[in-house]
Design a protein around this ligand. Structure first.
Ligand SMILES: Nc1nc2c(c(=O)[nH]1)N[C@H]1C(S)=C(S)[C@@H](COP(=O)(O)OP(=O)(O)OC[C@H]3O[C@@H](n4cnc5c(=O)[nH]c(N)nc54)[C@H](O)[C@@H]3O)O[C@H]1N2
Ligand SMILES: Nc1nc2c(c(=O)[nH]1)N[C@H]1C(S)=C(S)[C@@H](COP(=O)(O)OP(=O)(O)OC[C@H]3O[C@@H](n4cnc5c(=O)[nH]c(N)nc54)[C@H](O)[C@@H]3O)O[C@H]1N2
Ligand SMILES: [Mo]
Length: 751
């Protein structure tokens, strides 16, 4: 068995004599992820791309906008033919007209990371229009630096108080969005030890209680004890304001903290009391909006003031329209409690959203492939990709700047699946008709590969060697090659090296090293900088496969230094304090993101009469995004061969739906087929359908017959401030699907 690594954990793998891949968890992992069960089936699945392929219409008619992208057949060609075409296109189209944002998770591995390779390569051949921020944290990455300063904002996202500290000190965890343990299986870059559930058990045993404010009951996992506050999705801001109202009016707010550590608290208090707008944000006002009981809100606020309380907001809350506001309001609420900077108290972000939040840190960086410099400074916030392709030359707002969409002629994607991740996929399909040329590197025939003109088959991590480690990880993994490349698949490094040779920059790209040489090089640089006594590369590589990393810490308390000495450890905001009012943001003049926390009714609510069910499109518990959707663990969750949609039995009964039915989920943007699951874990009026089912369009039956929720979501930014992804929510109606549902063909390669 050889060690390898994935974003969902370290594992051991081997190929048996029957040629079948066997995978088992790494023995150092006390709580391995069930997502590992997807790997074996996907390894040589027929959906793998076996040879370079060119879209027939592009081959026959040449580069140019084309309506047939996504429906066309492909012609397999030799590598040399494909690489010559890529090089020809990159000679023809250069610089800003190349979109290389290439958002996506790709695979674990510090060297062969697809985006890292792509960006390093494009930087050498004229640069590219890039993308900033992420679908994960589109609003957070922009608004938190205004609230806590750039460094403080980064700390709030990446250096939150550790779970070990929470387990020891927190009395009450008020978790907006719950604590979804299935999400913590995943850490970007991987993780060898999953310890979260142990920490949760320890916290519960010591007496910590949780208030899980979420539309789903099971966002409060079995390891925790507490109460479920089943709010209407998107109404967290009213709930937080009402909790603040109780703290203020019952004299439970910490005025000393507000004076010493914040600016704008007076304005926040005025807004909560309604002095400014005539609307006091009372518990009864919030109860009407959120569906929670007024008395529960009052009681919860009093409990919050009675002990050590952490207010945490999951990442999902900001992946919605006006997603900046729940963050800002939660900071206001936590500031009223006055516990920011105390062990186990204050504000948190992303507990349960992902494996590396609160699960320890390392005092040094990770091995990193140098990217060079992009000579082009044009960029978009990543979730504005369809706007960019559809509206070249148009202006848009972003964080106080007025930017212009470039005219993209060539799109280069490696390591992402926009036909999984982007909103309003029918609109994205139109956007993808516009460029001259689309190049996609993929191990699999994803819907994005089908929308490309040139598809290059790449290896998976099992077919190459790499260094595996995630943020705050406990081990560095020697990722070994477990099997030969699938058919003609090649590493990204080899592909870009060969194109670089055609463009005359091979030496700059490779620096004279082969892939093995790079691993040793990156490792040795990292080892030098680590400041610890770690073995030399050869010893590491010859060793057992997972090196325990020295210096791992789990005692971090967010903003403790600022609390101890707010002058010496000023935040890097304009005021040096927490900005409950930001004059900077106010100065931008955005009605959809003013300079203070605000409740702003979502635009989509105007359709509530026609589309009465609130769809939660959250992360899938059975896979990472769309990756390995054909794997056993993911397939095991499907209902009638489609992605499951959970709804409350009362909502199902009112629509004549029974468990296991194929249902049609629809709104004005599109429709999909899914398999019905009935559960009282879902708040009435809410439906839950996770992302990641491979997009399978059918012109007759539905925009997607497999259940990808992004045919229903709106392609709208969070606000003019952050322009983040808002894919978490959509309003829909659900009906029973009468008739013969068409087969799911998402995993059949194109002709
Ligand atoms: N409605 C809705 N939509 C959402 C979200 C939501 O909450 N709701 N969440 C959003 C979030 S937070 C995110 S992060 C995105 C995720 O969106 P993505 O990151 O795009 O999703 P993945 O399925 O991980 O896509 C990664 C792709 O890379 C490919 N790949 C793997 N290894 C390699 C490699 O070595 N080389 C190459 N070239 N390719 C490789 C995989 O086969 C896969 O197709 O989705 C977003 N979309
Ligand atoms: N297994 C698995 N884990 C993953 C991923 C994956 O694909 N699979 N993806 C990873 C990535 S890239 C990211 S960015 C993170 C994302 O982390 P999150 O964004 O936190 O994850 P989600 O699962 O989208 O949402 C978490 C919960 O928020 C709740 N929620 C939704 N809307 C609201 C609301 O309006 N109010 C309240 N109070 N609660 C709401 C939902 O019930 C949902 O279960 O997950 C990571 N972890
Ligand atoms: Mo994400």
């Amino acid at each position: 068995m050889s060690t390898s690594s994935s974003h969902w954990g370290t594992f051991l793998a081997s190929t048996g004599e029957d040629g079948r891949l066997r995978v088992r968890p790494h023995p150092a992992d006390p709580d391995p992820s069930p997502l590992l069960d997807n790997i074996a089936d996907a390894h040589h699945h027929p959906a793998r791309v076996g040879r370079p392929a060119i879209r027939r219409g592009w081959l026959e008619r040449g580069p140019g906008p084309d309506e047939s992208r996504g429906d066309d057949s492909f012609v397999e060609v030799d590598w040399d033919v494909a690489l010559d075409l890529v090089a020809r296109e990159l000679r023809r189209v250069r610089g800003e007209a190349v979109y290389g944002g290439s958002y996506g998770w790709a695979s674990a591995g510090r060297f062969h990371h697809a985006q890292g390779q792509l960006h390093r390569f494009l930087n050498l051949v004229g640069g590219y229009t890039s993308s900033v921020n992420s679908y994960s944290l589109g609003a957070s990455l922009v608004v938190l630096p205004h609230i806590f300063g750039p460094r403080g904002g980064h700390a709030a996202i990446r250096e939150g108080t550790d779970w070990a500290v929470i387990a020891e000190h927190t009395d009450l965890l008020v978790a907006f969005g719950g604590v979804r343990t299935a999400n913590s299986w995943v850490t970007p870059g991987g993780r060898t030890r999953h310890t979260l559930r142990d920490r949760l058990r320890a916290a519960t045993a010591r007496g910590m209680r949780v208030a899980s404010v979420s539309p789903l009951r099971d966002d409060l996992p079995g390891e925790l004890t507490g109460d479920w506050y089943p709010l209407i999705p998107g109404t967290d801001v009213p709930v937080m304001l009402a909790l603040s109202y109780v703290l203020i009016t019952e004299d439970l707010a910490d005025k000393v903290f507000l004076d010493r550590y914040t600016v704008g608290a007076d304005r926040f208090v005025d807004y909560v009391l309604g002095t400014a707008d005539g609307v006091p944000k009372t518990p009864s006002w919030a109860a009407a909006l959120s569906g929670l009981a007024e008395s529960d809100l009052v009681a919860l606020a009093r409990r919050m003031a009675a002990g050590r309380t952490m207010v945490t907001v999951s990442w999902s809350l900001q992946r919605t329209e006006h997603g900046e506001q729940p963050l800002w309001t939660a900071v206001g609420l936590a500031a009223l409690l006055g516990q920011i900077g105390l062990p186990g108290g204050g504000f948190g972000h992303g507990y349960g959203s992902i494996g590396d939040v609160g699960n320890g840190s390392l005092p040094y960086g990770l091995p990193t492939l140098p990217q060079g410099r992009n000579p082009v400074d044009t960029f978009i916030p990543c979730a504005r990709v369809a706007d960019m392709l559809l509206h070249p030359g148009e202006e848009f707002d972003y964080d106080g700047r007025r930017l212009t969409y470039p005219d993209i002629r060539l799109v280069y994607w490696a390591g992402g699946n926009p036909f999984h991740h982007h909103q309003d996929l029918r609109r994205l399909h139109r956007a993808f008709t516009r460029p001259d040329t689309i190049v996609v590197h993929e191990p699999y025939w994803t819907p994005t590969a089908r929308h490309a003109d040139i598809v290059l088959p790449v290896t998976t991590t099992l077919e190459r060697e790499d260094l595996g480690v995630g943020r705050g990880d406990s081990h560095l993994v020697a990722m070994r090659r477990v099997s030969a490349p699938y058919r003609e698949a090649r590493d990204e490094y080899t592909i870009f090296g060969d194109v670089a040779a055609r463009l005359g920059v091979a030496d700059l790209f490779t620096e004279g090293r082969d892939a093995a040489g790079w691993l040793a090089h990156l490792y040795e640089i990292w080892r030098d900088r680590s400041g610890f006594d770690v073995p030399a590369f050869d010893e590491f590589w010859a060793g057992p496969g997972a090196l325990e990393l020295p210096g791992h810490q789990e005692d971090r308390v967010l903003f403790d230094d600022f609390r101890t000495d707010p002058e010496r450890h000023r935040l890097d905001t304009p005021s040096g304090r927490i900005e409950l009012h930001s004059a900077t943001v106010a100065g931008f003049g955005y009605p959809d993101c003013p300079g203070d926390p605000r409740w702003i009714v979502p635009t989509s609510w105007r359709d509530r009469a026609r589309f009465p069910l609130h769809l939660i499109a959250n992360q899938p518990a059975t896979r990472l995004h769309s990756q390995l959707d054909m794997g056993g663990h993911s397939r095991g969750s499907k209902v009638a061969g489609r992605e499951p949609v959970r709804l409350h039995p009362d909502d199902a009964a009112a629509r004549g739906i029974t468990a296991g039915d194929v249902v049609r989920v629809h709104n004005d943007r599109g429709s999909l087929l899914a398999g019905a699951v009935l559960s009282t874990d879902v708040r009435p009026g809410v439906a839950q359908l996770s992302t990641g089912a491979w997009f399978d369009p059918s012109s007759e039956v539905a925009s997607c017959v497999h259940g990808n929720p992004n045919v229903l979501t709106d392609d709208r930014g969070t606000s003019r401030l952050a322009q983040g992804c808002t894919g978490q929510h959509a309003l829909v109606e659900i009906t029973r699907f009468a008739g013969d549902p068409p087969p799911v063909r998402a995993f059949e390669p194109p002709l």
